[in-house]
Design a protein around this ligand. Structure first.
Ligand SMILES: *[C@@H]1O[C@H](CO)[C@@H](O)[C@H](O)[C@H]1NC(C)=O
Length: 387
């Protein structure tokens, strides 16, 4: 009897440990390998103990099947698998979709129940063959017409995953996550939140890209990509463009707290200033200059921001709990160790399922640039999560 109750005690402890762990879900992209050294990122740069989940972005869709995207994906998949020898608890997911793939391939696989089930079957065999623990569905901008199809896809994956695990008791249920936008308009048009949340294990909420210099010139003034809260300057729809609003909106739409994984970016949105003004809402004539490694106008990785910040003026937007800096006519809104810790506190105070980071490869993963330890942002996030 005593032995039994001790055993139950231990079992309960183990169980509690599993459910109370707050997830740290970390994406990295396949194209980060092509950046020039020391910006180039490969699986060897991943620390297996930093995150609870690693998500590799992206896989392709060809015909009605999931397929690899990069010429060297077999090697990458194999190296990812190798991380588990150093952290057996690490979960590794493959994300399918993304902005480059667009909506069309998802529309094609949803053209009939038969094509959808062909896709679902291909996902299971592809994940098992390559030893992934699950899939992340990243359908970029589903339209109003695709809303039902996205739910059906997530539902069919859920049902098939559970059936597969029942038939193979030695296997763990494959994990199913869905990438969800944070903009109210995008959620309203394409995402049936209660039903997606019902069938997915968790939602990776993309609480970033709220402000940037967009190619349609619709945003010709400075703004932070991932402000925690609204600023006094945010009028009308701009009041929706912050992390707090997005999280609360998803909750009111029926996403359980425990399935909301709140996104934190390791990159900043940049602007080219067009006047002597340098604050929030200052006029801009275009995106900021491309960084030396990410080579994309309008975006800088955190490690590039560390270099940029030499000689720059650094300010904090107090009401939004995020920093920005400027130098000459260049302006960047970004995350630092303090802002990511405040975001983690927010996620914990709201009992969310955890936080997601987009991406590992834009943090100062090698510690070369910020003159700090490696992964300064990830390390700050992890420390705050475990407090
Ligand atoms: C992805 O699949 C499509 C459809 O087969 C194909 O046209 C495209 O080249 C593939 N992309 C890559 C990067 O392999």
């Amino acid at each position: 009897m005593a032995q039994l109750s001790i055993w139950i005690g231990i079992a309960t402890l183990i169980f509690l440990q599993n459910v109370s762990a707050i997830n740290l879900v970390c994406y990295f992209t396949s194209w980060s390998q092509y950046r020039e050294a020391p910006g180039g990122f490969v699986t060897d740069d991943i620390e297996p103990d930093l995150c609870t989940h690693i998500i590799y972005a992206f896989a392709n869709i060809s015909g009605n099947q999931i397929t690899k995207y990069e010429w060297n994906d077999d090697t990458t998949y194999n190296n990812l698998r190798g991380l588990k020898t150093r952290n057996p608890k690490l979960k590794i997911l493959l994300s399918v979709g993304g902005a480059n793939l667009g909506s069309r391939p998802f529309q094609n696989i949803n053209s009939s129940p038969a094509t959808r089930s062909e896709f679902v079957a291909s996902v299971i065999s592809f994940l098992r063959k390559n030893n992934f623990d699950g899939i992340d569905v990243a359908w970029h901008r589903p339209s109003q017409n695709n809303k039902r199809d996205l739910v059906k896809l997530v539902q069919d994956l859920n049902v098939a995953f559970r059936y597969e695990a029942r038939k193979n008791p030695n296997r763990q249920n494959l994990i199913l996550s869905v990438a969800v936008p944070a903009g109210k308009e995008a959620i309203d048009s394409g995402f049936d939140i209660p039903n997606i949340a019902r069938f997915a294990d968790f939602l990776n909420v993309m609480t970033f890209d709220f402000h940037g210099y967009w190619s349609d010139h619709s945003h010709p003034y400075t703004g932070h990509g991932s402000p925690l809260r609204k600023s006094r300057a945010d009028k009308g729809a701009a009041a929706f463009y912050n992390v707090d609003y997005a999280v609360r909106y998803l909750k009111t739409k029926g996403a359980p707290n425990s399935k909301i994984i709140m996104g934190i970016p390791t990159y900043g949105h940049t602007f080219t200033l067009s006047s002597a003004q340098t604050g929030l809402g200052a006029p801009a004539s275009g995106p900021g200059l491309a960084g030396p490694f990410t080579k994309t106008a309008g975006i800088l990785a955190y490690y590039e921001i560390c270099s940029f910040n030499h000689g720059a003026t650094i300010e904090k937007i107090e009401e939004q709990s995020v920093p920005y800096s400027y130098k000459g006519n260049q302006w960047v809104g970004y995350e630092d160790e303090t802002s990511v810790q405040i975001k983690v506190q927010y996620a914990k105070n709201n009992n969310l399922g955890g936080v997601m980071v987009w991406t590992l490869d834009q943090d100062d993963f090698s510690g070369t640039f910020c003159k700090n330890r490696n992964y300064p942002l990830l390390a700050a996030i992890k420390k705050e999560l475990n407090k």
